[in-house]
Design a protein around this ligand. Structure first.
Ligand SMILES: Cc1cc2nc3c(=O)[nH]c(=O)nc-3n(C[C@H](O)[C@H](O)[C@H](O)COP(=O)(O)OP(=O)(O)OC[C@H]3O[C@@H](n4cnc5c(N)ncnc54)[C@H](O)[C@@H]3O)c2cc1C
Length: 466
């Protein structure tokens, strides 16, 4: 079958040569059972009522769970031979259907490639399916920890974070994942009839960063580490949200204060923080923070000049089964609300580094009344301190959501739209890096890796049939 014909038949629900594929991957763990295929074809796209309608019925034809890189290569070769789409699945905590197989085909579950290959001071090399939680647990006893992790540290994998995430807890110091130096090296498998293994080192590793698995199957990563700190979790209550934002900004800019999280949250969002309810006084906005123990006194000294009151302070404890403070920040804030109120959704913003507080105030003025509730995550970007934000938005219609997006933009706040599935329309803000697009031609010439997610890509010599 020609490549274009195979794609068309898959898109039409016509399937693909499953038996031939299964024969090629004999001995590798596969699942064709419908309930399992449905379960492993989803992520957290349901945060978005728009994506939910679009993605709820997408399902892979087969789930394959390789044990090592040689099995990944066999699966890649079989997909290339039979022109079958392949979508990689990590921890499946992505928010925009990043690991949902839009055209069906194979979902490649990376959970078994979870080995830590080696570690040395300041660096760790791991297989891509290793969970962030397990990596930290292995490096902390040696005095090192991941520079940053998403608030989904307990569930997500290092390969999924690099291919799908942007930054998180720790980004206030180390910037986003795309900041030079935040990925040391990546090893990938290409999607060709004779797959190759390529080691991308230094800046070249950015070719797989936040490409949603469209530019190669990552099998291993070398990541830089930070000295492990005794972190103190702190919550501070403020009568006015803006006072919390100002204080967090001052701490963010204080280079001598060691911090990992600065997350001001507007009331009434904290009323959904059930694990910390007693630390969330009625009517008061909050700052959730992770501060290095050696910096706590300085933090408190600066706080004394504000109207803030510490409502919670305890050594950071990250153990399975207990929600840590950081699971009330980043996109976990939305999740805490969604647990009891399914009428909300969210946006992803980047506030301007100059005029940040003014932009927060402008948004509040425009959307006062509870339709939009802000929380910020301070983050260093290109050496400048700024904040991303993941406001919780009461959902009415798609039209209103887009009006709200325009409202944010008119306040000077950039939106990365989380209600779309393509790189261009969402996180890359209407473009894909030329180096990623060019690299895709090299490593996935047939466009079989996570098809539908990089819409600028047209396979060469295929007459644009994608
Ligand atoms: C409650 C909640 C909070 C969140 N907080 C944050 C946050 O703080 N910061 C943040 O950046 N994101 C956040 N996210 C989004 C998501 O959790 C992160 O991006 C996470 O790191 C994704 O990892 P994962 O293993 O779950 O990846 P998946 O969701 O499984 O995959 C993400 C993308 O990467 C691709 N992929 C996965 N593994 C590989 C591989 N080995 N090779 C090639 N491609 C691969 C997939 O195809 C997919 O396109 C949050 C999501 C939720 C639901």
């Amino acid at each position: 079958m020609s490549q274009a014909a195979a794609r068309a038949s898959v898109a039409d629900g016509g399937g693909f040569p499953l038996d031939d594929f299964l024969a090629d991957v004999a001995g590798i763990e596969v699942s064709t059972e419908l309930t399992d295929r449905r379960r492993r074809s989803r992520d957290y796209f349901w945060y978005s009522p728009i994506l939910y309608q679009h993605l709820k019925d997408k399902v892979a034809d087969v789930i394959v769970t390789p044990r090592d890189e040689s099995e990944v290569m066999r699966v890649a070769a079989a997909c290339a031979r039979h022109h079958i789409p392949l979508t990689v699945r990590g921890g499946a905590t992505g928010n925009y259907g990043q690991c949902v197989p839009l055209l069906g085909g194979v979902v490649l579950d990376m959970a078994r490639l979870d080995r830590i290959e080696w570690q040395k001071p300041g660096m760790v090399r791991v297989q891509a399916g290793a969970k962030l939680f397990d990596i930290d647990a292995a490096t902390r006893p040696n005095g090192w920890e991941l520079r940053m992790h998403p608030s989904t540290k307990h569930m997500s994998q290092i390969g999924g974070f690099v291919a799908g995430g942007s930054g998180g807890v720790g980004s206030v110091t180390f910037g986003g994942m795309r900041e030079p130096g935040n990925i040391v090296a990546a090893r990938i498998v290409t999607l060709e009839s004779e797959p190759r293994v390529i080691e991308l080192r230094g800046d070249a590793a950015q070719k797989i960063s936040r490409a949603y698995g469209t530019t190669g199957i990552i099998t291993a990563l070398e990541m830089p580490l930070a000295p492990a700190q005794p972190w103190i979790d702190v919550m501070v209550a403020f009568d006015d949200f803006i006072d919390g934002v100002r204080f967090a900004h001052a701490i963010a800019l204080a280079d001598g204060i060691v911090k990992k999280l600065l997350s001001p949250v507007e009331w009434p969002l904290p009323q959904h923080f059930s694990a910390f309810r007693s630390a969330c006084p009625e009517g008061r906005s909050l700052l959730s923070a992770m501060i290095g123990e050696m910096s706590l006194e300085s933090f408190e000294t600066l706080l004394a000049a504000t109207g803030g009151t510490i409502t919670y302070r305890a050594p950071h404890e990250d153990v399975p089964g207990k929600a840590p403070l950081y699971e009330h920040a980043w996109n976990h804030t939305t999740l805490q609300v969604l647990r009891t109120d399914r009428g909300v959704t969210y946006l992803q913003c980047l506030y301007p580094h100059d005029g940040l507080v003014e932009a927060v105030e402008a948004v509040r003025e425009k959307f006062g009344g509870g339709e939009v509730l802000q929380h910020l995550e301070f983050i260093r970007l290109n050496g400048l301190m700024t904040a991303s934000g993941i406001p919780v938005v009461r959902y009415s219609t798609a039209e209103r959501l887009y009006e709200i997006i325009r409202g944010f933009e008119s306040c000077g706040v950039m939106i990365a739209n989380p209600h779309v599935v393509t790189l261009e329309d969402g996180s890359r803000y209407k473009r894909v890096d030329a180096d990623q697009l060019g690299f895709k031609q090299e490593v996935d010439p047939m466009g079989l890796l996570n098809p539908g997610k990089m819409r600028s890509f047209v396979p060469l010599g295929d007459g644009g049939a994608a």
